[in-house]
Design a protein around this ligand. Structure first.
Ligand SMILES: Nc1ncnc2c1ncn2[C@@H]1O[C@H](COP(=O)(O)OP(=O)(O)OP(=O)(O)O)[C@@H](O)[C@H]1O
Ligand SMILES: Nc1nc2c(ncn2[C@@H]2O[C@H](COP(=O)(O)O)[C@@H](O)[C@H]2O)c(=O)[nH]1
Length: 212
């Protein structure tokens, strides 16, 4: 059972999901370079490293047994199986960062995103769409680090994922990279302002109650 996060942390939680190859890592990495207040969370996965990926940089690469043990210990904020591999977001660090007023971004699949929203309704869920199925396939192929049969499985899974976009707070189409990045920055900015105002409202209400 996943234990919920506190509801009124001063930090903001952003969750970015997309079908594999739509460009979410590229967009989130560009956003992280521009935004010093935003930190990424490194997920655990049972899949093998791809290309130049390094343990502790893109992911923590662990065995299925280690992953199962982490589930048993309630170490994950959320976890899911995606195209045959297990992926999970470790709770350690995220709660502390949010409590200290830092903003955290998670790059996870839709199953994980929906779990996070249930436990932490203040989380902002952003879905990145590719401009077309053809372009999605081309991006997966151009990346050159994924076997052809895996590309087919990811394309099939992409249809399931895109059908979930309606449950997200925002949808961004990643056709032109700079335009999508601009949209992402605007969403983060707007949500920060909205939640800061909500926190001020709550503390003003508590003050008013004290005066009564
Ligand atoms: N707007 C864009 N136009 C053209 N190519 C793009 C665009 N955005 C990203 N790409 C390219 O598409 C490929 C896939 O991008 P990326 O690895 O960021 O996708 P992803 O959604 O994070 O995939 P995964 O979930 O598998 O990690 C990369 O080669 C990236 O450079
Ligand atoms: N539910 C979670 N999904 C995650 C997490 N980390 C990554 N992912 C998603 O898995 C797929 C495939 O990723 P890839 O790196 O193997 O291409 C992609 O949609 C990721 O967003 C996680 O911690 N939880």
């Amino acid at each position: 059972m996943n234990t919920p996060l506190p509801l009124d942390t001063p930090g903001n939680l952003f969750v970015v999901s997309a079908p594999s190859g739509a460009g979410k890592s590229s967009l989130v990495n560009a956003l992280l370079e521009l935004d010093a207040k935003l930190a990424a969370s490194i997920s655990h996965t049972t899949r093998a490293p791809r290309g130049q990926e390094q343990d502790g940089r893109e992911y923590w690469f662990i065995s299925r047994e280690e992953f199962r043990a982490k589930i048993e210990h309630d170490d994950f904020l959320e976890w899911a199986e995606v195209v045959g591999n297990l992926y999970g977001t470790s709770k350690a660090g995220i709660e502390a960062r949010l409590a200290h007023g830092e903003d955290v971004v998670l790059e996870i699949d839709f199953q994980g995103a929906l779990q996070v929203k249930q436990m932490f309704p203040m989380a902002t869920l952003i879905f990145i769409l590719p401009p077309s199925w053809e372009e999605l396939r081309l991006r997966l192929q151009r990346r050159g680090d994924t076997e052809p049969d895996v590309i087919e499985r990811r394309m099939a899974n992409a249809r399931v994922e895109v059908a979930q976009a309606k449950h997200f707070d925002f949808v961004v189409v990643n056709a032109l990279f700079e335009t999508a990045l601009f949209d992402l920055k605007a969403i983060v900015h707007a949500q920060r302002l909205k939640y800061a105002a909500q926190l001020r409202h709550r503390s003003a209400v508590f003050q008013a109650l004290d005066l009564c």
